[in-house]
Structure formats: structure tokens, C-alpha cells
Design a protein around this ligand. Structure first.
Ligand SMILES: Nc1ncnc2c1ncn2[C@@H]1O[C@H](COP(=O)(O)OP(=O)(O)OP(=O)(O)O)[C@@H](O)[C@H]1O
Length: 548
């Protein structure tokens, strides 16, 4: 993931890295100049002053350039990353998305993406400081070889301790990241379940303390453990630096020729090196957190296609839709059982109203999702006028349908582009549904969505009518309509859609209106128990399409 992002912004990255390395290089040069000035005579000090000034300006410019470029890189990467996730999620199989759940996707788009972008803010600090530390070590090597070797030994010891702590810390951070995905789901319950929580004190307290509180606490505990391990290894690193200073000052530097220059050199280098070293040790954990978040994003998007499959032009009409031996299965891990729908053999034609009835959980919505191409069939095939529907033409096939699901979503805009006729047509439909005093269509959008559930469902019906597709599916649309509107829906809207030549599939429990259907399909535990025109409604499923 990080590699992908780096590849996408390679030039910006290169420029930012060059500026960081320049800043580090100037930093080391500055310390060399200071040490030289301390031990130089008056003449050479003047020429050193010019070099010093030049290097100081270089340091200022390169530091500024590096910080600005990396900030830009961070924001660019955050935008790329969000677009990358959004595109994959949009192209993903609906079933895969349902299995993942909204909270994980939300977590990837918010916290994980921000953590990854943070990596690019930490990177210049890591790079600049690495160059400063490396430069300082080289300067030490130039001052005294044995001391340089001792520094390398200390560095090795520090890295070993850091590596051990790092492995354990990453385990904790991984756990925290998984728990955080769950936490996002609980955050959603906090607003979506607001009514239930206010009405039931016991539930509210259990949710606040055990569920939400427990999850917040787990994230806190695991993050604290992970980050503490990093901080402890930082302290270990700092301790080694002081131990090294002591070793150099009191043991390794002996009295002798040039020892003064070596001593001041080392003192300066150490003082100068402390801040970059601390910066390095502080920013490496942030980079690790970014790695954990990048792995989470990769995990979520792994099985998702990079883009929607290249697809043919949208299908606009049909004469015959067929389902042959179509099946779909849900596996429920907790109860280790499987719900199987089908095999189904069905046929749909324009201008026909089909009612789909059956008990709760009998598979009606699943059948609708299969029919409209939201789930690819696990076995069997769906065909349109003899053409088999496969991955390459499934999106084009889906454009045949307008669906109002029972858990419908209303977007802010009605359709992709506002147009004058759309507003007029929308307002005409709103008036027919007695909503003209509540809401209007202006510039291709509803003026408000703050309506009752039944009224919002009428808005969804308006959207479906405006889409003007040849096949319309209603999943328990009338369930939350008053008796007057049930009448309007079953006796006016459906016949009008039929007159317009549209195929209509109505999932319904309203047995008062079953006689208005051209055909009644009855589902029981995933199997069609009867199908046919109303007078043949009780024929066995095997006679399904011969009833035409
Ligand atoms: N997203 C899902 N993940 C796993 N199993 C599911 C999922 N959706 C539905 N199921 C299973 O499939 C069965 C059929 O569900 P479906 O929503 O198709 O029923 P339905 O007939 O539309 O029910 P209702 O009348 O209550 O809306 C359910 O009993 C459930 O076990």
C-alpha cells in the first residue's frame, strides 16, 4: 500500500526526499563549521563565517522545502488513498461489502487513511534526522576511528533492543486496529440507536459501559501497550547515547596530541545529535502505526477489483428475462448453517405485474438481488433475450432495473444531472403522491428529506419513476403506507406502470391486493412453492413457466 502511494507520487516524493537529505547534509556541515571556527585562528575564521552563513541559508531553504513538499505529499496521498478505497468499494461485489460491513470501510476511509498520510509527515523528520545522525557518525569516524567503532557497537545494541520491542508493539497495534473497526460500528449504533438507548436505561448503561466502554478501553489498552513499548525502546536508545557519551569522554578519549579538538568535536556532535536522534526515535513509531493501518486497508480492499469491469453500453429494454437453475447461499458462521435459495426457474416479460410473497426470511429480498444482478448466481444462469449475463455485462444488465429496497437510500441528487424537465416531472409526481406541500424538486434535488418514513418511501418511488427503467422492483414498498396510499399504490401506480409496458415485481405481504397481480410467486425457505397466474397460484413449482 505504502509502495503503491509512493509510486503514484514518485516525483514529488523524490523532490521532498532530496530536500530532506539536503537539510540533513547542511545540518552536519554546520556543525563541522562551528567546530572548525572554535579551534581556528582569526584569518580563517572570516572565510568560515561566509561558508557558515551559506550553509545556514541552505539549511533554512531545504528544511522549508522538505516540510512543505512532504505536507503536500501527505495530503495528496490521503486524497489518492481515499479515492483508491472509494473506487474499490464501488466496484466490489455487494456480497463482499455486506460481509465486510460499513464500519470497517468507514474506519479505512477515516482513521487508517489519516494514519497512512501521517507517514509522509513523519518521513522528512526520519530522513533529515537519519542524514544528520549518519553525517555526525562519519564526522566522528574522521575525528577518531576507535570511537566511531564504539558508536557503531552502541547503535547495533540499540537497534537490537528496538527490533525486539518493535515486534511486540506491532502485535498490540494490530489488535487495536481490529478492535477499532468494531468501535466504528458501535459509534454508528450511538446515533442510529439513539431512540432505543434513551428509552431503556438498562440497555443504555450496558451499551455505554460494556459494549462501547469496553471497546474504547480495549483500543486504549492495546494502543497504550504498543506505543509504550516504542517509548520504552526510545528511552533505551537515549540511555545508550548517554552511556556512549560517558564512555567516550571518560574512557576512550585519552590525553594526548589533538585530544582537545577531538573532545570539543565530540561534545559538539553529541549535543547537536541528541535532538535529531530523539526526533528519529519519536517518528519511527508513527511510521510503524502507518504500516499497520496500510496493512488494514490492504486487507479490506484485497479481494476487491481495482475498477469496475469494462462493460458494454447500458441495456435499455428486454423482451424476456430468464433465471435457469439459479441459486444463492448464505453461510452463517456462528450457527454453522446455510440458507439456500433455489434452484429457481423463472421468466419475466414486459407489461407483467408479478407479486412475490412468503414469510419473513423466506428469501424474497435475496431473489430480488439475484434478479437485478446485485448477486451473481452461484449456480445456474440469468439471461436477457437469449444473452447470458456474466461479469462483463452484469453492470449493463443492472441498468434495466429501478428498485426501491425496504432499506432504501435517498441520495441528495435525484439523478446524475439536473435538468428542467426533471424538476417539472418530479414535482408532478410529488403532487400525485400528496407531497407537494412538504417537498419540491429544485435543481435536480429534493428541497428536504426531513419527512416521515412513509413519506420518504414515496420520495424513493418518485426517484424510481423518474429513472424510467423497463423493470421496477418494490421490496415491501407499501408496508409503511397508510390505507389510502396502499390503495393508490396497488390500484393506480402499479397498473400505470403496467400500461407503460414495464415489468413490475412487487414483494408484498398485503394479501388484500394479491388478486391484482398477473402472477403470484410464493417462496418458502428459499424454495418456490407455487408460481403462475393467479388462478394457477397453487400449482407446484415444477409447473412454473408452463403456466404462461
Ligand atoms: N446479508 C446477509 N448475510 C447473511 N445471511 C443473510 C443476509 N441476508 C439474508 N440472509 C439470510 O437469508 C434469509 C433470507 O433473507 P431475505 O432477506 O431474502 O428474506 P425475506 O424473505 O426478504 O425476509 P423479510 O420478509 O423479512 O424481508 C434469511 O433468513 C437470512 O438467514
Amino acid at each position: 500500500m505504502l509502495r503503491y502511494l509512493i509510486r503514484r507520487s514518485r516525483w514529488l516524493m523524490l523532490a521532498a526526499m532530496t530536500a530532506s537529505i539536503m537539510a540533513g547534509f547542511c545540518g552536519v556541515l554546520l556543525i563541522v563549521q562551528i567546530n572548525a571556527a572554535l579551534t581556528a585562528d582569526a584569518d580563517t575564521r572570516t572565510s568560515i563565517a561566509w561558508t557558515f552563513a551559506l550553509v545556514a541559508v541552505g539549511l533554512l531553504c531545504s528544511r522549508m522545502a522538505s516540510a512543505v513538499l512532504f505536507e503536500r505529499l501527505g495530503q495528496t496521498c490521503l486524497a489518492h488513498l481515499r479515492q483508491f478505497i472509494v473506487r474499490r468499494v464501488m466496484a466490489a461485489d455487494l456480497r463482499r461489502l455486506e460481509q465486510l460491513g460499513g464500519p470497517r470501510v468507514q474506519s479505512a476511509l477515516s482513521e487508517h487513511s489519516t494514519n497512512v498520510a501521517q507517514f509522509f509527515v513523519s518521513l522528512p523528520v526520519i530522513l533529515t534526522n537519519s542524514v544528520v545522525v549518519m553525517g555526525c557518525l562519519l564526522y566522528m569516524a574522521w575525528l577518531s576511528w576507535p570511537i566511531f567503532l564504539a558508536a557503531m557497537a552502541v547503535l547495533g545494541l540499540g537497534s537490537l533492543g528496538y527490533h525486539v520491542a518493535h515486534l511486540r508493539a506491532i502485535r498490540h497495534l494490530d489488535g487495536a486496529s481490529r478492535e477499532q473497526d468494531r468501535l466504528f460500528g458501535y459509534f454508528r449504533s450511538l446515533t442510529e440507536g439513539a431512540k432505543e438507548l434513551r428509552l431503556h436505561r438498562g440497555k443504555r448503561e450496558a451499551f455505554a459501559t460494556d459494549v462501547l466502554g469496553g471497546s474504547i478501553d480495549t483500543v486504549r489498552r492495546l494502543r497504550t501497550r504498543g506505543m509504550s513499548l516504542f517509548v520504552m525502546s526510545n528511552s533505551w536508545g537515549q540511555f545508550l547515547i548517554y552511556a556512549f557519551i560517558g564512555l567516550v569522554m571518560f574512557v576512550l578519549v585519552t590525553d594526548g596530541a589533538g585530544s582537545n579538538r577531538v573532545m570539543t568535536g565530540f561534545a559538539l556532535v553529541f549535543v547537536y545529535m541528541m535532538t535529531p536522534l530523539e526526533g528519529l526515535l519519536m517518528n519511527i513509531p508513527r511510521a510503524n502505526l502507518a504500516k499497520v493501518s496500510a496493512a488494514s486497508i490492504e486487507d479490506i480492499t484485497r479481494d476487491m477489483p481495482t475498477a469496475e469491469p469494462a462493460t458494454s453500453a447500458p441495456v435499455e429494454r428486454f423482451e424476456r428475462l430468464t433465471l435457469r437453475g439459479v441459486t444463492h447461499r448464505y453461510y452463517h458462521e456462528q450457527s454453522d448453517d446455510v440458507f439456500e435459495l433455489g434452484p429457481l426457474d423463472l421468466e419475466f416479460r414486459p407489461g407483467e405485474i408479478t407479486f412475490l410473497v412468503g414469510g419473513n426470511g423466506s428469501g424474497k429480498t435475496t431473489l430480488a438481488k439475484l434478479l437485478v444482478g446485485l448477486y451473481p448466481p452461484e449456480a445456474g444462469e440469468i439471461g436477457r433475450d437469449g444473452e447470458r449475463i456474466e461479469a462483463c455485462n452484469r453492470d449493463a444488465y443492472r441498468q434495466l432495473f429501478s428498485v426501491v429496497f425496504s432499506d432504501f437510500h435517498l441520495f441528495e441528487r435525484l439523478l446524475e444531472a439536473p435538468r428542467a424537465e426533471l424538476d417539472a416531472e418530479g414535482n408532478r409526481l410529488l403532487a400525485r403522491l400528496h407531497l407537494q406541500h412538504k417537498v419540491r424538486v429544485e435543481n435536480g434535488a429534493f428541497t428536504t428529506q426531513a419527512l416521515s418514513q412513509g413519506q420518504r418511501k414515496r420520495l424513493a418511488l418518485v426517484v424510481a419513476c423518474l429513472e424510467d427503467r423497463p423493470f421496477v422492483v418494490f421490496d415491501e414498498w407499501a408496508a409503511d403506507q397508510d390505507p389510502v396510499f396502499k390503495e393508490v399504490f396497488y390500484r393506480e401506480v402499479l397498473p400505470e406502470l403496467k400500461r407503460m409496458g414495464k415489468a413490475v415485481l412487487v414483494i408484498s405481504h398485503d394479501d388484500r391486493y394479491f388478486h391484482l397481480a398477473d402472477r403470484l410467486l410464493r417462496l418458502e425457505s428459499g424454495q418456490l412453492s407455487s408460481t403462475g397466474s393467479l388462478d394457477t397460484a397453487d400449482e407446484p413449482a415444477s409447473t412454473a413457466d408452463t403456466s404462461r
